[in-house]
Design a binder for this molecule. Structure first.
Ligand SMILES: Cc1cc2nc3c(=O)[nH]c(=O)nc-3n(C[C@H](O)[C@H](O)[C@H](O)COP(=O)(O)O)c2cc1C
Length: 233
């Protein structure tokens, strides 16, 4: 069983009071919500009450025209997770073998290349283990495949802030998550497994579990001034 913050123990089953949260400032929460892969605890079940609480928080996110058009599929059934995990593993392998793999970016920059290689081993690990993560969350929203830019921005902008809120709420409750998209190359197969209606799009696949180890740190990032434009590009 993974060590984790005692404050994060859920309330006893049947009592649905709010879960305790970690003692993090808003800035600490925002800068330490990392992509968790190797440190996902595959053995400790996550109570549905905690997931529900994170999703209640997610529902406070903005959405275009206040449509609140999101739908959330929480997958805990071992068989369903295994089927999704098999697809994810195959697509991860195809991605890592491809030209766009994380390990093939910034190869001329020794510092960044080292980080990219480390992420590669982590991506591979999650590829192997996705189906064993206790909770897989698939956020969906109604949308067409042929959208203009305004349509795309409205649809995904009405889903992703809520997904990130879920991940922040999870982090605050001692859970680790990872934003993943590789299964979307075969979204129709996953839609079939989960019974997702034809007019709904899947936005991501978010494995969710307690984590091993102590805590998380801010990550290195390219400097703000490389990407900041004031008044014009
Ligand atoms: C749109 C998007 C798609 C991603 N897809 C995957 C994925 O399929 N598999 C994976 O392991 N990580 C995926 N990631 C996680 C990134 O690799 C990760 O955010 C990045 O390496 C930075 O690490 P950090 O989030 O811990 O700062 C994705 C992230 C985003 C935003």
């Amino acid at each position: 069983m993974a060590p984790r913050c005692l404050m994060c123990s859920p309330t006893s089953p049947g009592t649905m009071g709010p879960m305790a949260t970690l003692d993090l400032t808003p800035d600490e929460l925002l800068t330490t919500t990392r992509t968790v892969r190797k440190r996902l605890d595959l053995d400790t079940p996550v109570p549905m009450a905690v997931i529900r609480e994170c999703l209640e928080i997610a529902l406070q996110a903005p959405s275009g025209s206040n449509m609140q058009g999101w739908q959330w599929i929480v997958v805990t059934d071992p068989q369903q997770r295994r089927r999704i995990g098999d697809i994810y593993r195959e697509q991860t392998q195809a991605y890592l073998d491809s030209r766009i793999s994380v390990t093939k970016q910034f190869v001329d920059d020794p510092d960044r290349s080292k980080v990219q290689k480390r992420i590669g081993t982590s991506v591979e690990y999650l590829g192997e283990n996705m189906g064993k993560v206790p909770v897989l969350l698939i956020p969906c929203i109604r949308g067409g495949r042929e959208m203009n830019l305004a349509g795309q921005a409205a649809v995904w902008g009405s889903l992703f802030p809520a997904v990130w809120s879920y991940m922040l709420a999870a982090r605050a409750r001692g859970l680790g998550t990872a934003w993943t998209t590789l299964h979307l190359m075969r979204d129709a197969e996953v839609a079939e497994i989960l019974g997702i209606p034809d007019d709904f799009l899947q936005g991501a696949l978010i494995p969710t579990a307690y984590y091993t180890g102590e805590t998380f740190k801010p990550a290195p990032r390219a400097p703000l001034d490389d990407v900041l434009h004031i008044d014009r590009w």
